[in-house]
Write a protein that binds this ligand. Structure first.
Ligand code: TXE
Length: 525
């Protein structure tokens, strides 16, 4: 939770509250466009030095930052839990552990991934040409994350940007600004050169100022509405953007699936982080023959979960991050209720807890016609619908404006993979759920309104560099047949180029040699 107030010196401040207790966790300044522009200026100067560092130096700095995190692991996890409401345990398992893995991966492998590479250019090689690709950093990467993974998402993107030679400015969410400042502190303690990573605090106004301050890339995580606004204002300066805009993950459970495992996966996939993950299971489609059995297992497992303040180590479900988010959940559950679905467990705020706690909620009898099956809920709800045939399941899963993640559950792996490829989503798991953002090596991003571009993996790294093609002519003593002046010999040669050279066939092209020599002789006269 957060609130913007006027501080003693009349400068606006953001108060960050613990959503589980309502306690004041700390205050940060609401930074102005002027502050942001100055920050960008410093980042630009820092870039001139940082881009000169070797991969080995960058790697040493990043590995040092890992050590800082490991030394403060519990304190960082407590801070994440206090600002976001998620359980302390999840702060470690779903934020700190995956980002430490990402850090070692990109520290060790970026050099290899960005090594200049020779490109095969087919028959142009016969003409004595060579091509290679080299990768340059972009400059300044502006990162605007959401509040749901306030540590791992901006930190992971920062490390990738730094390893590629960029400097970084992060505008953390106004709900979790202290975690943002902590990220800055980690890089400072690791000894990174001044202004290589800077944090600007504030709400959407500061985010908008960062977009307008002409960084070289914006990495955004948040809602579709804000993503569209950012794309629009970034376009004014042709700033490119990567947008991660959430999802409506469908989980398809076939009749031959391991139902016990699928039930546990659905519970974790729908309720971890109180359902506030872009890849949270938000729609469960189960074959009609096993719906009763699976639903019973899910309800039993859900009822066994302890909910409460995240600092208790045996708590599985923490608080939601904001009142605004909790109200969306209440609205969606009401929509399910009034549309005729059944609330089997949960369906209300927790009666005995003071903070922003919404009970994990299992709903049966859902259909795609219900509004709450179409809009992103981003809360602890698990609506269950049925399907009859494989084609039916695919159709229901694809009936959404979103396409970030999905999962298919079956013992028949070839069926699982076949169905997975028919689903319109950036990541589809077979017998797995939600966790693939934690794999640093694989691309992350969505189809349809779930976003544009990718983070993580080779594809994500490529978003943070500009490729440059270096082309060399090793026969620099001969004119090219296609140069001026043109003549009837030229036109005859061009016809042959179109017919033979452009066929890509060496055999056909060899027929062109006499014509080429004739044309070159003509040009050298
Ligand atoms: O996000 P916003 P909100 C979805 C989820 C949720 C909804 C709204 O459905 O209910 O989005 O969440 C900054 N220019 N997701 O309101 O507004 C803002 O300060 C530049 C999905 O929290 O998109 C914050 O840092 N920046 C999602 C960030 O944008 C601006 C994760 C996100 O805020 C800005 C979170 C502007 N004009 C919510 N306005 C996912 N992809 O996983 C705001 N910001």
């Amino acid at each position: 939770m957060s609130a913007v107030i006027k501080g003693n010196n009349e400068i606006e401040e953001i108060i960050s509250y613990d959503p589980a207790t309502g306690e004041d966790v700390g205050r940060v300044p609401q930074m102005s466009a002027e502050d942001v522009n100055e920050t960008i200026g410093r980042a630009r100067s820092a870039f001139l030095k940082w881009k000169q560092t070797s991969f080995a130096e960058r790697r040493r700095y990043v590995m040092k930052a890992r050590e800082v995190i490991l030394a403060e692991l519990d304190d960082i996890a407590h801070l994440i839990s206090a600002e976001s409401g998620k359980p302390f345990s999840e702060a470690i398992s779903m934020e700190i552990a995956p980002v430490l893995d990402l850090m070692q991966h990109f520290a060790r492998n970026t050099e290899k991934m960005l090594r200049p590479a020779k490109i095969g250019i087919g028959l142009y090689g016969m003409l004595g040409r060579t091509s290679k690709i080299v990768y340059h950093p972009l400059g300044i990467v502006g990162i605007i994350p959401a509040w749901n993974y306030p540590f791992s998402i901006p930190l992971g993107e920062t490390v990738m940007a730094l390893m590629a030679g960029n400097t970084v400015v992060i505008k953390p969410s106004e709900l979790t600004p202290l975690v943002g400042l902590k990220i800055g502190e980690i890089f400072e303690k690791a000894g990174f050169p001044e202004d290589t990573v800077q944090i600007v605090t504030g709400d959407g106004r500061t985010g908008a100022a960062l977009v307008m301050a002409t960084p070289d890339k914006i990495m955004f995580t948040g809602s579709v509405a804000t993503g569209k606004k950012i794309a629009e204002s970034a376009a004014k300066n042709l700033t490119s953007v990567v947008l991660e805009l959430g999802g409506k993950d469908p989980m398809i459970v076939f009749e031959d699936a391991n139902l016990e495992l699928a039930a546990s996966a659905a519970v974790w996939g729908a309720f971890c982080n109180s359902g506030q993950s872009c890849s949270s299971v938000e729609r469960l489609y189960v074959h009609e023959s096993v719906v009763d059995k699976l639903t019973k297992l899910i309800v039993e497992k859900t009822r066994g979960l302890k909910q409460g303040p995240g600092y208790n180590e045996d708590v599985s479900i923490g608080a939601m991050s904001s009142e605004k988010q909790l109200k969306i959940v209440e609205d969606h559950v009401e929509d399910f209720r009034s549309a005729g679905a059944n609330i089997l467990t949960g369906g209300k705020r927790h009666a005995d807890l003071q903070g922003l706690f919404y009970e994990p909620t299992v709903i049966s009898g859902a259909t795609n016609e219900m509004r709450a099956m179409q809009e992103e809920t981003f809360g602890p709800t698990l609506p269950i619908a049925v399907f009859r045939t494989e084609a039916d399941a695919v159709k229901l899963a694809n009936d959404s404006e979103f396409g970030l993640t999905a999962s298919v559950w079956t013992k028949d792996l070839s069926k699982g993979k076949r169905v997975a490829e028919k689903i319109e989503a950036g990541s589809v798991c077979v017998n797995e759920v939600l966790y693939t953002h934690g794999i640093a090596q694989t691309p992350w991003g969505g189809f349809k309104n779930s976003g544009r571009g990718r983070t993580h993996g080779r594809e994500g790294l490529m978003e943070l560099v500009q490729p440059q093609h270096i082309h060399v002519n090793r026969l620099a003593f001969l004119p090219n047949a296609w140069w001026m002046p043109y003549s009837s010999t030229a036109v005859e040669t061009f016809r042959s180029l179109a017919k033979h050279f452009a066929s890509g066939s060496m055999r056909k092209t060899s027929r062109l040699i006499p014509q080429l020599l004739k044309r070159i002789r003509e040009l050298r006269k």
